[in-house]
Design a protein around this ligand. Structure first.
Ligand SMILES: Cc1cc2nc3c(=O)[nH]c(=O)nc-3n(C[C@H](O)[C@H](O)[C@H](O)COP(=O)(O)OP(=O)(O)OC[C@H]3O[C@@H](n4cnc5c(N)ncnc54)[C@H](O)[C@@H]3O)c2cc1C
Length: 450
């Protein structure tokens, strides 16, 4: 019977373990290593103000099929929920603005969508963009910031694009590559769109009318628990130090000095943890992983008394360069619907290149949260409950050339080692589900081939 090790019990590793179980059958031996106090990695649900709240990822893009399909496969389709339909705001220029419609990650197709958010000179520059020649080399991968600043102006970057990319990657337009952030836009430019405005217009998705985001009633813990139950692995509650060759197979050396032998191994740890594991057996993979930069994030979750006068919006994204500490606020109860007495909200801190999440203490974060709510909504209200969660080095930065870097990383792997994770083919939970599935398929296929 085949034996597998999965290193890392976040969503990527759990999906890989589940897929291995489905394909290899009940007798296959699967050991999952993770030293954390619970499985799920960045998927973590806590009870705050008497309600289940996700304190890591809270949603998924509903347009992508992977999470909905997985929920259906696990008999959990009825747990998928959508947003209430209220929209977010953007805090820019020291005030709250409507979120522009008809943009791609904040990149507009014309000046009208930016009216009110940027100044008149920037509006004129956007309107003029289709008349200026666009030098584009097919296959190019500039940072989103460089391209948008050149074509539409720096204010569009700071007030429209940065707030969105800050939410997704804890990054900024300057650190994220176009091909990773907005693949359809890069493809439209490759196909010869004459201007950036026209490329955005050609790439805008057709509105489906449904909720853009999905979430799970009861939190991501519901999905994590079901995957753990179905995958039926042995949880080795310890970190892995490195992978060594053992004849045709592998020896997984853990932090306690024990060895676990396996025919094949899935490495589902965050990018900064990968090099040490594979330095000896896949040096090119280790070298590529070292080049992936990461950002950290801290979340403050507050439960405010029911009836606190919060706006009927899903939250606020904050432009770069504003005086606020938070980079985003989610009005959780407004976004997903009230499920209890308290008004839940999540404030998010830390962007790539700063050390807020790592260095700010809990008291400091809570006091920033109180100030930010006063500045944004004019409310000062003591919470009935609160929770602080830090995610250190958890947000990979999809810089220019990221796809080539990942191709290099994967090429360095022997056939019976596979990688899965949010730093590979997309940072979101749907992409992680896909990466876990792909990793398991690689191992079961390579076993058949042997
Ligand atoms: C604050 C935050 C909010 C987010 N919000 C969203 C969202 O709303 N929607 C969305 O789609 N995506 C969101 N994301 C992105 C998404 O949640 C992550 O990309 C995804 O959960 C990563 O899963 P993973 O399994 O690849 O990694 P992780 O969840 O990081 O899991 C890796 C696991 O590996 C373990 N590990 C590390 N080192 C070792 C070792 N040496 N040996 C054994 N185990 C080890 C860790 O303990 C951890 O459990 C968010 C991310 C963050 C940080």
């Amino acid at each position: 019977m085949p034996s597998y090790c999965v290193v890392g019990g976040g969503i990527s590793g759990l999906v890989a373990a589940y897929r291995l179980r489905v394909t290899a059958g009940p007798d296959a031996s699967i050991t999952l290593f993770d030293p954390a106090d619970r499985l799920g990695g960045v998927l973590r649900t806590e009870r705050i103000g008497g309600q289940a709240v996700d304190v890591g990822a809270e949603a998924f893009i509903a347009r992508r099929p992977e999470v909905s399909a997985l929920l259906a496969e696990l008999g959990l389709a009825s747990r998928q929920v959508g947003t209430t339909g209220v929209r977010p705001l953007i805090y820019a220029g020291g005030r709250l603005n409507s979120m522009p419609q008809g943009t791609l990650q904040g990149i507009p197709a014309d000046a009208t969508s930016m009216a009110g958010l940027v100044d008149e000179a920037t509006l004129a520059w956007i309107a003029d963009e289709p008349r200026r020649p666009l030098p584009w080399r097919p296959g190019a991968d500039p940072s989103v910031g460089a391209l948008v600043a050149d074509r539409f102006g720096q204010q569009v970057v700071a007030r429209s694009v940065d707030p969105l990319l800050g939410g997704v990657y804890s990054g900024s337009a300057a650190t994220i590559g176009l091909r990773s952030a907005v693949p359809p836009l890069a493809a439209a430019l490759d196909r010869g769109a004459p201007s950036l405005s026209e490329a955005v217009r050609r790439s805008l998705p057709t509105p489906t009318g449904g909720s853009v985001f999905g979430a799970i009633d009861g939190g991501y813990q519901v999905l994590v628990d079901e995957l753990v139950r179905r995958a039926g692995f042995r949880w080795a509650h310890v970190g892995v130090q490195r992978i060594e060759r053992s004849g045709d197979a592998w020896s997984v050396l853990d932090d306690d000095g024990s060895h676990c032998h396996a025919d094949a191994v899935v490495l589902a740890v965050p990018a900064p943890r990968l090099p040490r594991l594979v330095e000896q057996v896949a040096p090119a993979t280790a070298a590529a992983a070292k080049r992936i930069r990461v950002a950290s994030n801290a979340l403050v979750v507050l439960a405010l008394p029911g009836g606190t006068p919060l706006p009927e919006q899903s939250g606020v994204l904050v432009a770069s360069g504003e005086r606020l500490h938070a980079k985003a606020v989610t009005l959780t109860s407004r976004k997903w619907g009230r499920r209890g007495n308290a008004e839940l909200l999540r404030l998010s801190y830390g962007r790539f290149g700063d050390d807020l999440a790592r260095n700010a203490g809990d008291e400091e974060l809570l006091s920033w949260a109180a100030d930010d709510l006063a500045d944004l909504f004019g409310i000062r209200q003591d919470p009935v409950d609160c929770f602080v969660q830090r995610w250190i080095d958890a947000m990979p930065q999809y810089g220019p050339g990221h796809a080539d870097l990942i191709a290099e990383l994967r090429t360095g792997l022997p056939p019976t080692l596979a990688v899965a994770g949010g730093y590979l083919d997309g940072i979101g939970v749907p992409a992680c589900v896909a990466s876990g599935t792909r990793a398991a398929a690689r191992l079961t296929t390579s076993r058949v081939a042997r």
